[in-house]
Design a protein around this ligand. Sequence first.
Ligand code: ADP
Length: 264
Amino acid sequence: RPAIRLMIQRVPFAEDRQMLVSRDITQIEKLETMRRDFIANVSHELRTPLTVVGGFVETVMDGLDDLPREDVLRYLNLALEQSVRMQRLIEDLLALSALETGAPPPREERVSVLDLVRKVHQEAELLSAGRHEVKLLIDERDEGDQLLGSQKELHSAFANLASNAVRYTQPGGTISIGWQHTRKGAEFTVEDNGIGIAPEHISRLTERFFRVDRSRSRETGGTGLGLAIVKHILSRHHGELQIESEAGKGSRFSVVFPANRLRH
Ligand code: ADP
């Protein structure tokens, strides 16, 4: 059981009398710790690529007279890669902060689900570049299905899950992206037979900056913020993220929408 932290304050309430007031500051301290951790994380995430950029620029400057042209280009390219990474991180941070400040969702639209799922499938194929089999599991009879919400946000959430499947599945693996009706409503699903996730990590996946394997996430261009963004978007759309996974076998991420969020 977590310890409770109390703050005792002395409050004068009459000429010569004082009262002791105790306040439960457990929650305040927890938030403060989260805020500190977050700042430390962001600083660390930015410092690493910045150090690399600085290093490459310095190398090029030092070797301006005698470095072969190909080497100069290679160093500049590596520096560029790092700057793209920082840009991606900042974009994700801005997206997350906009979602967290509770800004109202963009005007609610009727989003054509199968068009959206096809688009996400196509993008996953592009990202995979032929390294995986990317299947599309839809039923043409659901052609008229619509979801209430923001096209842009739903796309961002679904695309995030699909790109994770590509990034965490070895070449030669299979990824299935689909939409199906269930007893309670309907669900968007992304299934892969990739590296999977050990049970103890599953509940932490949507925490900001949580990654099972930091270096693998980095290598594939991850920021560690994707699922935190997904979680926020889905809660604005009354969608529930369900994760089933087994280490070494693969994962299934599904987003379940209640029937009252659907139109046909
Ligand atoms: P990242 O940018 O690191 O991918 P996410 O928030 O999208 O950040 O995901 C958090 C972590 O969850 C990832 O670093 C990875 O360890 C794990 N993860 C997400 N999707 C999958 C998946 N399909 N298969 C295995 N692990 C996954």
